[in-house]
Design a protein around this ligand. Sequence first.
Ligand code: NDP
Length: 248
Amino acid sequence: APAGYQARPDLLAGKTVLVTGAGDGIGRAAAETYAAHGATVILLGRTVDKLEAVYDAIEAAGHPQPAIFPVDLASADEQSYRELAQAIEENFGRLDGLLHNASVLGERRPIESATWKAWEEVMQVNVNAQFLLTRHLLPLLQRAPTASLIFSSSSVGRRGKAFWGAYAVSKFATEGLMQVLAAELENTSQVRVNSLNPGATNTAMRRAAYPAENPTDNPGPADIMPAYLYLMGDDSAGVHGQAFDAQG
Ligand code: NDP
């Protein structure tokens, strides 16, 4: 986002936005922030208790009533995504935004000793599920006057690093999916597509990846929301096919 970017309070008024992994970490902050800026947020995740807590917080704050869609991205089959798209169409008619945020870290070890099971789960959640969701929600995004798709990347999705294994590879794939889609939608669609690297952020994933670090040395999810707002809202109209960093 441009330095010092501040979203106006009604930036997302009238928009319906889906956030994956909305129950915790950055996804939770994004869901609550989007709702606070007027969006009707569709909370997708695997742990219903967590999604309900986010739902309650949004309602208690008096923001537009959200919706909950429990989906386990590790095990959902293609039919589940078709049904999800159908349910969104019936309830909202279209989709104005999609934040692909859910991810798993997997194993932190050399490729030499990586296990197929962990590799497969990371690729399923971080890549395959992301493709299926994009594939089946694109028609609803194309129905919106303008729509924004944000893919969550990482520094290791732009430059590989030892011991980051499937996670790093999944983030390179995420950048690839973003670029392919951006090229296909160039000039033919009002849907814009970008990737966003949150940078080191104090969440459960970061604490698991860096157990020796003092967690509060990193910004919290709420601190990095300007970039998430900028890319989701119409202030970034015309910004397409680019890789962003939430922390500059
Ligand atoms: P968290 O682990 O805190 O949150 C991840 C979210 O994804 C959780 O809500 C989790 O649900 C959900 N999720 C995981 N697996 C599944 C699944 N199978 N089905 C449905 N939902 C699932 O991570 P962060 O908030 O830190 O990360 C958010 C994004 O930012 C990720 O894409 C991550 O790769 C990226 N990122 C984060 C960085 C950081 O420093 N935090 C740095 C670089 C990139 P549940 O809570 O139920 O497990």
